[in-house]
Ligand binder design. Sequence first.
Ligand SMILES: NC(=O)c1ccc[n+]([C@@H]2O[C@H](COP(=O)([O-])OP(=O)(O)OC[C@H]3O[C@@H](n4cnc5c(N)ncnc54)[C@H](O)[C@@H]3O)[C@@H](O)[C@H]2O)c1
Length: 344
Amino acid sequence: MKPRFSSPAEIKVAVVGYGGIYNMGRIHLQDVQKAGMTPRAVVELDPSRLAIATQDFPGIQTYAAVDEMLAKSDANLVILITPHNTHAPLALQCIAAGRHVVCEKPFAITTEECDQMIAAAQKADVVISTFHNRHWDGSVMKALEVVKSGKLGEIVRVEAHMGQRNQPGDVWRGSKSISGGILYDWGVHLLEYSLQLIDSEIIEVSGFSKRGFWAPETRWKDDTIEDEAFAVVRFKNGVWLTLCMTHIDSNPKRGMVEVTGTKGSLWWDYEKHEIIVKEGDTTTVTQGRNPKEKWENYYANIADHLSKGEPLVITPEWARRPIHILDLANQSAAQGRAIAARYA
Ligand SMILES: NC(=O)c1ccc[n+]([C@@H]2O[C@H](COP(=O)([O-])OP(=O)(O)OC[C@H]3O[C@@H](n4cnc5c(N)ncnc54)[C@H](O)[C@@H]3O)[C@@H](O)[C@H]2O)c1
């Protein structure tokens, strides 16, 4: 791809959403600065958060609405850090205004939204990507190294899981219609990890879900996310992947991801990993700390892509893959049958 800018500094960045739950707006703009790009504007519905953005980045433009920012600001890259159901409409709005877009994960809620966003970006000749910072988590970088070393043999199954028995929260993540469901938060990261390990086409997805246990207790009532949801993904190379996210498991499972191969198994959590290899009667267990995450690589690649024409690592087609799995899992849970994958 031809470079769009002659230097990273020419990439002027607006963030939409400067929320207080994890202070993600500040984290994004700090990495933007590290990559040599220029923080230019913050758009936020909550005036108290705009005041914090001004303290963090003195002189930054502030806006209460995206329309106003698009009309008045010279920002040429917009980063969306808002609740999940706003990603697709806001991205389409920014693309229509000729801006490059980075969307927080999940890319969107449905496959159709992803396809619309990809088509609109192609038509407008702008770049769109998703902030899959956890592509560079130490745990998955270590797992890739172990899998590629052949220590585990041929990969047979990957199991990703997270959660325990606790009531969904009253912030927007607890709402099915706003968040997309229990699978759409950390589940997207776990799928993105798993898809790095399973290099094969998705054939079909079966989804299962339980709703209604916590619903009467939350502010969202019938719109509360699932108590638990589970997906099984079949890949063309024969590997299968499971994802379980739960708010009802009184016996939470060890680790975040487990990989089972013909020669050995690997499991990991954020900090550490364990490799178990059995030969004859001898079982060898190797434990280790995961390397440090390298989230700054994400915006370094965006800057290199836009200013030097380097290949984009997190392409929209890549970001569509976990969403397609989640969309199919949702449809499958509702219809009670496996649903075939669709490659646009
Ligand atoms: N990649 C990661 O590691 C990571 C970590 C945390 C959150 N996230 C993602 O970041 C996104 C936001 O999550 P959060 O925890 O920061 O939520 P949050 O509620 O703290 O922040 C969202 C902010 O967006 C603002 N907002 C909503 N609609 C808006 C609009 N139309 N215009 C301007 N502002 C608007 C809200 O006022 C709020 O302050 C989600 O997609 C979430 O999944 C990613």
